[in-house]
Design a protein around this ligand. Structure first.
Ligand code: KIV
Length: 266
């Protein structure tokens, strides 16, 4: 039976104490299987830049690429809430361009967009998007698009002052209309404190078990991307080994004349 997840479902899950599951996907088939598996939210993350396109950071994709990946995921997933990631600089322009960019992801099939950071300006963008009818997921703590400013991939919220600052930002996002907030790479106790003081659901990306939900990059969780693996990732599969094994077998079969066989020809 179809059970389309909406932003309201996510709030209901938090209110009832039910955990929210979220994975990234970037293509039709992966989205279809993740959806079939019952995962609540599919994020078309700008992590696509690194794990699919092989760039060194997430800053290397733009709205045109994100539209293509979002469309593919939307065609594959029936029930999951689809969140399109707003890529680097797609919000930090004038407000009407930010609305246009977010609108492109919605037109491509996303049900909501995710925005990294929380400047005064970004809060006004969030407010306008929500007024326009575009739900917004916030993203605080370590925000990969700002890794140059943050001095690399570093855990955030390590001091009392930093924790209070993240809570202040999370509340500001909630007040601006965000329907949930991703907390990336902050200590578990920090995420717990923020989760308990926020009405909307928090989603942990390396922020421990007390958030209302969890997100992982699927290429990390399935063991496909192997350039590096963050400490907080749990590997559910070793796709790299599976692909290597299959590609080697295929290579041998072709070289030895074992492929194709009589059943595989016209
Ligand atoms: O782009 C992405 O995949 C993300 C998650 C890591 C939260 O933003």
């Amino acid at each position: 039976m179809s059970r389309k997840i909406t932003v309201k479902t996510m709030q209901k899950y938090k209110d009832e104490g039910q955990k929210i599951s979220m994975l990234t996907a970037y293509d039709y088939s992966t989205a279809k299987y993740i959806d079939e598996a019952g995962v609540d939210v599919i994020l078309v993350g700008d992590s696509v830049a690194m794990v699919v396109l092989g760039y060194e950071s997430t800053c290397s994709v733009g709205i045109e690429e994100m539209k293509i990946f979002t469309g593919a995921v939307a065609r594959g997933a029936k029930n999951a809430l689809i969140v399109g990631d707003m890529p680097f600089l797609s919000c930090d322009c004038d407000i009407s361009s930010a609305v246009k960019n977010a609108g492109e992801l919605i037109k491509a099939g996303a049900n909501a967009v995710k925005i990294e950071g929380c400047s005064e300006y970004l809060l006004s963008v969030v407010k306008r998007l929500v007024e326009t009818g575009i739900p917004v997921m916030g993203h605080l703590g370590f925000t990969p698009q700002s890794f140059n400013v943050m001095g690399g991939f570093k855990v955030q919220g390590k001091t009392r002052e930093a924790v209070e600052n993240i809570l202040k930002q999370a509340k500001a996002l909630e007040n601006a209309g965000a329907f949930s907030v991703v907390l990336e790479m902050v200590p578990q106790d920090c995420a717990k404190y923020i989760t308990e003081n926020l009405t909307v659901p928090t989603i942990s990306c390396g922020a421990g078990k007390y958030c209302d939900g969890q997100v992982l990059v699927s290429d990390d969780a399935f063991g496909k991307y192997s350039d590096f693996c963050p400490k907080f990732v749990r590997r559910y599969c070793d796709m790299k080994s599976l692909i290597l094994e299959c590609a080697k077998k295929y290579n041998d079969d072709v070289k030895n004349g074992n492929f194709p066989c009589s059943e595989e020809v016209f």
